[in-house]
Ligand binder design. Structure first.
Ligand SMILES: [Zn+2]
Length: 403
């Protein structure tokens, strides 16, 4: 006898093995046992199975739990004051010279004790969860020294232990140059490669690493040294690449068998080819594109043509993407970047799971996967992208339990 049997519902399984748009199964049913999906199909195919709890869902649509594969949601303070000052006419340069920008977030994050950092970040995580997220990736990158980077990753771990959500942690040591290293960038890169990275790996605080490869970030050579050391330590890599310019970061990431390259507004065909050959995911971040009022879109048609799967994520961060709504990102991915609703939902489920190396565990409604599900009161799956600011699902199931 199963634990739960969901009936009287339509399934957007997002499973490519189900030959229909959205992998849809109308009038479907899902059997759940020990937190996993044990059977999926039409209601008639699951007739005769018994469960402790049979739950009719009144014709709702069920999707996989949403996967947010790129966030920076652990940080101290926020930058709402700067946002206000900028709209009152202050320039970026004025704000930066007054100690604002990323330096302000680094300062607030370093100053916050671990518990305070956890509690400051919890409402942001809760908001994403209420939006339907059941797995979220969280990056460090506002500590920029051994202790503060480890503290950020510990905070992410504590959030995962105390909330019904899966957390994947990423060390983003090459995010920005910390103020005390302003005139000694080689020294900071050496600190990241020789000290921060091994300390984080040794304590098991992250499963992957990331870097910001950009004119205002780190050079391809600096990123290469960091990735080489991370690969030696058995950590996966991913990269903020081609957001503001083309430094051939996607191709660099591909050399290291990266999980993904993220942003990609300025990627060219050579970069896309390299990503395709390496089996990488393109993570698209419409929130940052919107907040920065960018005009150059990532080359969606080129990515499609080369078969590079596209994920969509919030990039939740205090500076360039203070986004708390996964459904808004699916909407923006369609409206701003031209994804189809099916591509956008795949981008926050199946493809996002692949971007985290968790394709066998989550991301579709299929036998053997974790029973992470969202139940939506909608008439068709495209509504998830059509409404601008759709609140979260009616119900969320995490590892087989209501959450
Ligand atoms: Zn980011």
């Amino acid at each position: 006898m199963w634990d739960r049997l969901l009936v009287d519902c339509n399934l957007a399984t997002m499973d490519p093995a189900v030959e229909a748009a959205f992998g849809a199964i109308e009038n479907g049913a899902i059997g759940i046992q020990d937190g996993r999906i044990v059977r999926v199909g039409r209601r008639t195919e699951l007739a005769g199975y018994q469960a402790k709890k049979v739950e009719p869902l009144g014709g709702a649509w069920v999707t996989p739990g949403l996967v947010d594969c790129h966030t920076h949601l652990v940080f101290g303070g926020n930058r709402a004051g700067e946002f206000e000052r900028r709209l009152e006419g202050a320039s970026y340069a004025e704000i930066a010279s007054a100690g604002g920008g990323i330096a302000a977030t680094v300062r607030a994050t370093r100053e916050a004790p671990l518990e305070a950092l956890v509690e400051a970040s919890r409402p942001r995580l809760k908001a994403l969860m209420q939006g339907g997220v059941t797995t979220v990736e969280i990056k460090s990158g506002y500590g920029l020294d051994i202790d503060a980077e480890a503290k950020m990753l510990r905070a992410a771990g504590l959030l995962g232990e105390s909330e019904k959500v899966r957390i994947e942690r990423t060390l983003l040591a090459l995010h920005a140059l910390p103020p005390e290293y302003r005139d000694r960038r080689e020294d900071y890169v050496r600190l990241a490669v020789d000290s921060i990275l091994p300390a984080v790996a040794q304590q098991g605080l992250a499963s992957s690493v990331d870097a910001f490869c950009e004119g205002i970030g780190f050079t391809p050579e600096e990123v290469r040294a960091f990735f080489a050391a991370a690969s030696e330590l058995g950590l996966k890599v991913k990269l903020h690449a081609e957001q503001l310019s083309n430094l051939q970061g996607a191709a660099l990431a591909a050399e290291f068998g990266a999980l993904s390259a993220d942003h990609l507004e300025h990627v060219d065909e050579a970069g896309v080819r390299a990503m395709a050959a390496a089996g990488m995911v393109a993570v698209l971040l419409p929130g940052a594109f919107y907040a920065l009022k960018e005009t150059k879109c990532p080359p969606v048609e080129l990515l499609r043509r080369h078969g590079v799967p596209m994920a969509v994520a919030t990039d939740c961060n205090p500076g360039t993407s203070p986004v708390l709504s996964p459904t808004l990102m699916m909407s923006m991915a369609c409206t701003l970047f031209g994804l189809t609703p099916e591509e956008a939902l795949a981008g926050m489920t199946r493809v996002a799971a692949k971007a985290l190396g968790l394709a066998d565990e989550i991301g579709t409604i299929a036998v053997g996967k974790a029973a992470d599900l969202c139940i939506w009161r909608i008439g068709r799956p495209a509504e998830l992208c059509y409404w601008i600011g759709l609140p979260g699902p009616e119900r969320r199931i995490f590892a087989g339990e209501d959450a």
